[in-house]
Design a protein. Sequence first.
Length: 128
Amino acid sequence: MAGVKLDGAGIEKMKTLETAQSQLQRVHGFVEHMAVAAKAQQPTMAYVNQLRRSAVPMVGLLKGQFGMIADQVNALLLIASRNGGDQMRVRALREIVAQIRVQLEIAVTKTMELHSHELEKHQAIIPD
């Protein structure tokens, strides 16, 4: 029976990705709250501020190992801070959250692929 074990770098990358995924879930929650507020014609700036406070640490977390994903989070922050219609902003934020989620899932797959080695139970070979 074979198993998979990650090396040290792979374990650290997986911890980073798991933390980023949980932070992205929080950001997604703020985006959805903003969507509800925008639909009800209520102010959305409170949600933008919460979104910024949640996304900025994610940039710092990802910058060292996953710079391209960190750049996408920066793009999310840029979209959140732009002026304009709330519906357009919500649509753009939903799209970029989905892109970041896909990139994190791809990074998990690549990390597993690059940093894992197979473990096999040693079985005695019985000569004939």
